[in-house]
Design a protein around this ligand. Sequence first.
Ligand code: NAG
Length: 321
Amino acid sequence: MRSLSSLSRRPSQMLLLLLLSPWSVWAQLSAAAASSGTPGTPDCPEACACAPGGQANCSRRALPAVPAGLSRRVRALLLDHNRVRALPPGAFVGADTLLRLDLRENGLRWVHARAFWSLGALQQLDLSANQLEALAPGTFSPLRALRSLSLAGNRLARLEPAALGALPLLYALSLQDNELPALAPGLLAGLPALRALRLRGNPWVCGCALRPLCSWLRRHPRPAPEAETLLCVLPGRLTLRPLTALTDAAFGHCAQRLAPRDLAVVYALGPVSFLASLAACLALGSVLTACRTRRWRDTALGPLRRALDPGPGSPAAAAQD
Ligand SMILES: *[C@@H]1O[C@H](CO)[C@@H](O)[C@H](O)[C@H]1NC(C)=O
């Protein structure tokens, strides 16, 4: 009975739970029920040590999963140096006022696209020193308040813009020590507040795909203290050139991509100009044919017609008189 009344006090949480995958719902329901401690005592996951400021210290406890019993009182969740290998959908349900989440060094390999749902207030997320190889589209997009994100020290070989989405307040992003050869063109476009971008320790391939990043670095003179130390590892002629030294001229050989509107014009222009030239040829041809026919009639039939249709003064006309 008590657990039911505690759940009905959290309608938004219930709605979120219903939206999440069913297999996780039951576990999260019991977690939410357990989190409602007696009024007056700070709610704290059993495995952790909680401080009055809302910090739940669950560091270095060999935890295999996010501890149950997260509540709105937890403002900072320190989960670093544990064994959380995977984050299921709604992994942090109940902690919807969480501001800071530290998941460093967990051997984390897999983050469900809806793992961070409910963390709309989160400002700081540290996922560094894990084993992440890929991130699903939409993984970070619910984190609208996020200011700082670290993905340093993972195995990311690509990062889709859709994984980050638009994060209007993101100020610091660390991607250092990954396997990134380039950044996708739209990635930085969705991050208008970005000022500190850490990129060191990636095998940058200075081909056409790196053009957006190089021009971003030149437009943001001091994005990262190490900007000058970012070097190309490929192709041969650019090896060990700093990224910031690559001006637009270095990418002169790269074909400019056409905007969709330009493409539409190009595609429309082809058939239209073909039909127009066909029509012009037909019109010209028929005009020429008409002219020639008329001239032939004048030269060839002229004398005959004159003979058949004599004018006044001719012998035939005189004979008619
Ligand atoms: C968290 O707890 C661990 C011991 O389990 C301790 O070493 C560490 O300093 C604590 N961290 C903070 C920020 O209090």
